[in-house]
Design a binder for this molecule. Structure first.
Ligand code: SAH
Length: 463
């Protein structure tokens, strides 16, 4: 079976640096279960593809192992393992592309963090659960997925289809993330682990799933299948993932929030911002409204006071924030409370629960996302959830000079990954609007200064 990875950003042969494998060389690596042949079928400025061909040796597989209980006499020898992509492919990736998977690049270290237009082709992959599961695993990570189901035997079409697929995944991703996704998800699709699952498998899963698995909508299925249905291990992994999920926003959030609040309080900026969001949402005529990254639920509280908002959904990745929001909702009269729902979820994943709302407010959230997550956020909101109106606010970094307590060059909140000037926000918003069929206008929020503008900037996107 074959895995191909293609880069189309010029010079496409940068892929060779990232993989630590020269495009002009074909190499063979001997592993315990067979060999991996690595070669580049094409390597031009425009397009460069690296292939990993896995050659599983059924005799090597069996050597030194006891016959498993059950099964038929020759099962160890007669099975599909030599012919399909499976956890052997993951082992191949980890052994042959170790540096790339670990995000190391000796000669061109800057390439490691770059988002590249990559295409992965996985040939002959057994997918338990079929196309629905394939899409459910890869689409939330931002890939466009093509699925081709193979016939049992092309010579006998009447025999029907097999459970084996060819997949193509295209996305703008870091190579190391693509490799980590493949490393974890190929065995999950195959659902047939070849070796004993022990405690260190949990460590491997958590290590390779870092940064993307905790908030994945299919997290539990992934853990369960990766750990080959070992209930206790899977529960342990899920619990630890859930902890990691909220650790960052929760643990140090109180402290960080307080700092930002101190800066904002003098001008009542938080309140002004929320009032402005409510005003814009009312103007849009929306009835069903999503508050994504709702935090402690201050905006939800205000929305519920306006009769025209008949259905309000608050979503946040942090369970601490949701608990506080929930406590706030508890205080409302029954009639109001039943118009609000709270869910836990990450904005960086495609999520059907947030699709189809009239409007979405995303208030002071995007600056908490890493640059590569921002790309999946764009797709999750503008391509998949597609609210009629989207209101996004974020700090205007030009205004920071107006705050004497902020030392030069510091951001307003220690968890902010970036703060944009008006030019930067407008360039981003205009590109996103254009890409997904929206128009966008910009509004200042808070006291406006002639030179540096207002402290908060707002983009209002409409379809
Ligand atoms: N909108 C609220 C909270 C802003 S603070 C307000 O204006 O008061 C940012 C919030 O975004 C936090 O509650 C944090 O938990 C949430 N958040 C950060 N990353 C997120 C993600 N990927 N998906 C969903 N929420 C996220």
């Amino acid at each position: 079976m074959l895995l191909t990875i293609t880069n189309t950003r010029q010079p496409a042969t940068d892929l060779g640096y990232l993989l630590h494998k020269h495009p002009a060389r074909a190499q063979t690596f001997d592993l315990t279960f067979g060999s991996v042949h690595l070669f580049y079928p094409e390597a031009t400025e425009e397009r460069c593809t690296c292939s990993l061909l896995l050659d599983v040796d059924p005799i090597k597989l069996v050597r030194g192992r006891r016959k498993p209980a059950g099964g038929f006499a020759l099962e160890q020898y007669v099975n599909d393992r030599p012919y399909v992509a499976s956890s052997f492919m993951s082992v191949g990736i980890a052994e042959v592309l170790t540096s790339a998977l670990n995000g190391k690049c000796r000669d061109r270290p800057e390439l490691v963090d770059e988002l590249l237009p990559l295409i992965a082709g996985i040939h002959s992959l057994p997918c338990r659960g079929g196309e629905r599961i394939v899409r459910g695993l890869f689409e939330p990570l931002g890939y466009a997925v093509t699925v081709e189901r193979l016939p049992l035997d092309p010579a006998f079409p009447e025999w029907g289809e097999s459970g084996i697929y060819n997949l193509t995944l295209s996305g703008t991703v870091r190579l190391r993330d693509l490799l980590a996704h493949l490393y974890v998800l190929i065995p999950v699709l195959d659902d047939e682990k070849h070796y004993w699952v022990g405690d260190d498998e949990v460590e491997k899963l958590l290590h390779r799933g870092e940064g993307w698995l905790a908030g994945h909508p299919e997290r539990d299925l992934i853990a369960r299948r990766y750990l080959r249905h070992q209930g206790s291990l899977a529960r342990n992994a899920v619990a630890r993932l859930a902890e990691g999920d909220t650790a960052d926003p929760d643990e140090s959030a109180r402290e960080k929030d307080k700092e930002e609040a101190d800066v904002e309080v003098r001008i009542g900026l938080h309140q002004q911002r929320l009032e402005k969001v409510v005003e814009v949402l009312k103007e849009s005529g929306a009835a069903r409204v999503l508050d994504a990254g709702c935090g402690e639920g201050k905006l939800l509280r205000m929305l519920v006071g306006e009769k025209e908002f008949t259905e309000i959904l608050g979503m946040d990745v942090s369970s601490r924030a949701l608990e506080m929001a929930s406590a706030r909702m508890e205080k409302l009269p029954e009639k109001q409370r039943e118009r609000v729902k709270l869910i836990q979820g990450a904005l960086t994943y495609r999520d059907r629960r947030i699709a189809g709302y009239d409007a979405a407010a995303i208030v002071e959230v995007i600056e908490h996302l890493d640059a590569d997550r921002l790309v999946t956020f764009e797709q999750a909101i503008f391509k998949h959830a597609r609210p009629g109106t989207v209101v996004i606010t974020t700090p205007n970094s030009e205004y920071n000079v107006m705050w004497p307590s902020l030392s030069a060059g510091r951001m307003r909140h220690r968890d902010h990954r970036f703060e944009w000037t008006r030019g930067e926000f407008e360039a981003w918003a205009t590109r996103v609007a254009g890409a997904y069929g929206y128009s966008v206008r910009f509004l200042p929020v808070g006291p406006e200064d002639a030179a540096v503008g207002a402290p908060t900037q707002m983009g209002v996107f409409s379809r």
